[in-house]
Ligand binder design. Sequence first.
Ligand code: ZN
Length: 151
Amino acid sequence: MAIRNIVQVGDSVLRKRCFEVTDINDKLFQLIDDLRDTLIKENGAGLAAPQVGILKRVVVINIPEGYYELVNPVITLSSGKQTDYEGCLSIRGKKGIVTRPNEVKVKAFDRNGKPIKFTAKGYLARAVCHELDHLDGVLYIDKAESIEPEF
Ligand code: ZN
């Protein structure tokens, strides 16, 4: 277990497209454990591998709706709209208003390569969309209609 350093906006690693995970090994388990521990320590809602400098399609989400570890996640269907504030551990001290789908269907794998499928609504859908954007080098500030300081 280790707490990793969170890369901040301006670092080009946040703007790259991540690679699919092709091997299940100790390095993957370590990465997921570290993402989880770092997310919990930072009290965040989600963390994607590029935010710790690793260009792999792995995210963790920890919100009241549940804890999720997603490997090679994809959104297969999205519907509806929701507009609310969101923030990002890679963009400290700011929040922005972003419109996201209200519901998304997600396909992914767990850390052992077992397929996962679920439907995310509301806040979970927002978290999934935010984290999956990270895997393609997209940040919420690219989509926000306004950005404000967060106190
Ligand atoms: Zn983020």
